[in-house]
Ligand binder design. Structure first.
Ligand code: SF4
Length: 286
């Protein structure tokens, strides 16, 4: 049986950068370092970093880590988090992905433009997701979060709309949402639609489709909380109905591979290569 790991899968540059910054910070044992939420949406990688000393805290715990170092992950944070850290004497190790940081600035620009024209800012994204919280928190005005076409009723079609996207959304969904908004507006020029989806995710869709369709069975590895994992797994599933999504090797079943000649292993931008290799080993030993 051929077991192939997709060379285009695994950590994107934003996650590689965040993990390197965390590893670097962990070398300095002088002051403790805490991560605000899971550094990456992958339990196994989180556990590995915990083994090196990184401890996870929530926003509510910030007062307890006063005077220590706090790691801000690739998803970014709203300005209120940085202000609170300053008040508490917390040194921030900021690993906000540069792509997300640029999008945060775009949110401010969109607000300024919409303020001038009495419009509204909307973001295609998942409510409560750390990146979306960081984006909506950039401005005091309300941002309408659209999770899918079912949320389109939340917009006021009498006013201009500036539509942006969380970096890990699907391009197809963004285009669909933008087209449906245009249809509802009395003048389609009242919509500014800026597809701010990260190309490190979007560009993977085509190669993943080809990868998934050339194997008998596909094992997609990703954390349950990974947004881009959900999007990319859907791409696999559409290309190959024998696609399975697992968080680690314990979730695999031998029956999936009965009679199959080739297995493709792939994953999200938060999936470490070492985990895909571990899964490949397990399949070879089955
Ligand atoms: S998917 Fe894109 S935006 Fe998100 S961390 Fe990776 S490089 Fe940055």
């Amino acid at each position: 049986m051929i077991v192939e790991i997709d060379t285009n899968s695994g950590f994107c540059f934003g996650v590689v950068r965040a993990i390197s910054l965390a590893e670097e910070a962990l070398k300095d044992v002088g002051s403790k370092i805490y991560s605000l939420g899971d550094i990456v949406h992958n339990l196994k990688e989180v556990q590995r970093l915990e083994g090196l000393g990184l401890q996870r805290v929530t926003h509510e715990d910030m007062a307890k880590v006063a005077g220590c170092r706090l790691f801000v992950r690739a998803h970014g944070e709203p300005p209120t988090t940085f202000e609170r850290a300053k008040e508490l004497g917390i040194e921030v190790v900021d690993a906000t992905c540069p792509v997300v940081a640029a999008l945060q600035q775009r949110v401010i620009k969109a607000r300024d433009m919409m303020k001038e024209f009495g419009g509204q800012v909307a973001i295609l994204g998942k409510r409560g997701h750390a990146e979306v919280v960081g984006l909506t928190g950039q401005i005091k005005e309300e941002i309408v979060v659209i999770e899918g076409v079912e949320d389109l009723a939340l917009l006021d079609y009498e006013r201009p709309i500036y539509l942006l996207s969380q970096t890990t959304q699907s391009v197809a969904l963004f285009n669909q949402v933008a087209a449906m908004i245009r249809e509802r507006l009395w003048d389609e020029d009242l919509l500014v639609a800026e597809d701010t989806i990260c190309r490190r995710v979007a560009n993977r869709e085509q190669s993943l489709r080809e990868f998934a369709s050339r194997h008998d069975v596909v094992v997609f590895v990703c954390g349950k909380k990974s947004s881009n994992g959900k999007v990319l797994y859907e791409v696999c599933r559409k290309a190959n109905r024998k696609s399975y999504c697992v968080e680690d090797e314990s979730e695999m079943s031998e029956e999936w591979f009965a009679g199959c000649e080739s297995v493709g292993i792939c994953g999200a931008t938060s999936t470490p290569l070492w985990l895909m290799e571990q899964i490949a080993e397990k399949i070879k030993n089955m």
